[in-house]
Design a protein around this ligand. Structure first.
Ligand code: 2AM
Ligand code: CA
Length: 265
């Protein structure tokens, strides 16, 4: 497999998609809701996903595609090469703020992460990696992650989700919030994972994400020595929704053991 060619194509297409999104700021968006009144989708989410699918199908017709907006394939397994696409992660931010959103693109081979690209369109910052070859912010190498204690950590989490999810006992999160140096919430799983990868936050927790939300971010975080699992400490399942814990090495184990162990996630 010519991963170098796939990597070059993927980065080029992500750049082009970013230009389309920037251009769309001057146009009127069509906004609709999906699963609930706060789950937004715009014409741009759909157009960008279709743009990627057109490019991938033309260059790599044997590859499979899983995308948030559903224009890709319905996958029963992860055999072969699978592209995981979130055309706009952080759609609510895109609509309300025109910032704090990203394009997220992960490429997997037989379920194993190979290429991870997350593009912060507004800042023109592309975070990218081919597994085993280091991770980069544009052309600049990103240093590996170092360990950190909970007391010195900033933890990204979404307060609304923690409060709303009836299945879980959000009381268990309160000691973690209290013990950490601070918490942050950005509303975009892809960028929150980039912030873990770059050490801007030390951990990111979420109760329910889809595979395209974390597919690229997991490859980036792991490339830099971080650890990514669900909140039960299990390997992530790329075929279904799951919870998420992405963190610096050491800190990941400490959060699982000292705060999450007794919860139902
Ligand atoms: P999205 O913007 O692509 O929908 C918000 O905390 C983060 O969770 C975003 O990355 C958002 O992705 C993701 N998310 C996944 N499922 C969601 C849902 N049903 N409602 C809101 N955000 C969701
Ligand atoms: Ca998303």
């Amino acid at each position: 497999m010519n991963w170098e060619a796939i990597y070059t194509d993927a980065k080029q297409w992500v750049k082009e998609a970013g230009e389309r999104i920037r251009f769309s700021f001057q146009q009127t968006l069509t906004i609709r809701t999906k699963s609930n009144p706060n789950d937004l989708v715009t014409n741009m989410d759909q157009e960008i996903e279709q743009f990627f699918i057109g490019k991938i199908r033309e260059a790599y017709p044997e590859h499979k595609i899983m995308g948030e907006e559903g224009f890709g394939d319905q996958l029963a397994d992860l055999n072969g090469i699978v592209w995981m696409i979130d055309p706009i992660d952080g759609t609510m931010n895109f609509v309300h703020q025109q910032r704090n959103f990203a394009i997220s693109l992960g490429v997997y081979e037989n379920g194993s992460g190979k290429i991870g690209i997350i593009y912060d369109v507004v800042h023109d910052e592309m975070y990218h990696t081919v597994r085993g070859h280091g991770a980069y912010l544009n052309a600049q190498s990103i240093p590996p992650l170092k360990e950190r204690t909970i007391k010195e950590s900033i933890i990204a989490l979404n307060a609304t989700w923690l409060m709303e999810n009836k299945r879980i006992n959000h009381q268990l999160i309160l000691p973690l919030v209290r013990d950490a140096r601070g918490t942050r919430s950005y509303g975009t799983a892809a960028l929150e994972m980039v912030y873990v990868a770059t050490g801007r936050v030390d951990a990111y927790l979420s109760t329910r994400l889809s595979p395209w939300d974390f597919a690229a971010g997991a490859i980036l975080v792991e490339e830099l020595g971080g650890v990514v699992t669900n909140l039960r400490g299990e390997k992530l399942n790329l075929l279904s929704k799951d919870s998420l814990l992405a963190a610096k090495p050491g800190l990941h184990q400490a959060i699982l053991k000292d705060y999450l162990k007794s919860g139902k996630w």
